[in-house]
Ligand binder design. Structure first.
Ligand SMILES: [Zn+2]
Length: 241
């Protein structure tokens, strides 16, 4: 569980990128691995929920796990969503608003470059099916760096990505996620001002530490995480740790 500064607790947050057959280990898990992980959650009496839902129902933190996916990969729609829906789970997917329907272009690393992203139609359909669409900026910029070099542009990445996604969805976008986990105090302030209600970073939750709603910690899951370690985290959370 995650303890907030205001004394409330919310469910722990898992953080995924891709879910696809033959996916390179550092960037994701296979559908089979993903299914095993989700089944393990269910066999421990836990349900996968969106970040928005996790913040609203703070009373049942041990019985839920917040599932988040970064970047909005098309393979999430094709492979992860059917598994989640089979189990009655939902998740939050953080999309890069100016890159919907294109290929990833923010990294030169062949592991991350040229990967298909969901288009407006898929994003809209997922929202209609109970998934939450959150913002991951307009172009997947590093807000830690950009806030210092070009503050106006950084602010636009935060504000305009919300507007652009809301135009696609026709409903409010309330969750934000910092690409690369990069942020500054000013960037956090803009995230609040833009109207988001919560934001996830990439740092791990620490015992005994409390967190602000705009720098929520998480546990990243890739193909490099052995199943026993995934199971270990889930058991700890299930005990209320
Ligand atoms: Zn990202």
């Amino acid at each position: 569980m995650i303890r907030l500064d205001d004394g409330r607790t919310i469910p722990s947050i898992l953080y995924y990128h891709r879910v696809a057959p033959d996916v390179p280990r550092p960037v994701g898990v296979t559908p089979e691995e993903f299914r095993s992980q989700m089944l393990f959650l269910r066999s421990n009496g836990m349900r996968g929920i969106t970040l928005d839902e996790g913040l609203k129902n703070t009373g049942s933190s041990k019985k839920s796990c917040i599932l988040t996916f970064d970047d909005g990969y098309l393979d999430n729609f094709e492979h992860a969503v059917p598994i989640l829906e089979d189990l009655g789970f939902r998740a939050t997917i953080f999309c890069v608003s100016d890159r919907l329907g294109t290929l990833t272009d923010w990294s030169d690393d062949s592991l991350w470059k040229g990967i298909p992203l969901m288009a407006k139609e898929e994003v809209r359909e997922l929202a209609a099916r109970g998934f939450e669409i959150g913002s991951h900026t307009r172009t997947h910029c590093d807000l830690g760096r950009l806030s210092a070099t070009d503050p106006l542009q950084a602010r636009r990445e935060i504000f305009d990505s919300r507007t652009e996604l809301e135009d696609v969805l026709g409903s409010p976008v309330t969750s934000f996620c910092y690409p690369y986990g990069g942020w500054t105090e000013t960037a956090v302030q803009w995230v609040r001002e833009a109207g988001y209600l919560q934001a996830r970073s990439v740092h791990h939750a620490r015992w005994g530490k409390t967190y602000d709603l705009f720098s929520l910690p998480c546990r990243p899951v890739s193909g490099k995480m052995p199943f026993w370690r995934f199971a270990w985290y889930v058991r700890l959370w299930n005990l209320g740790l």
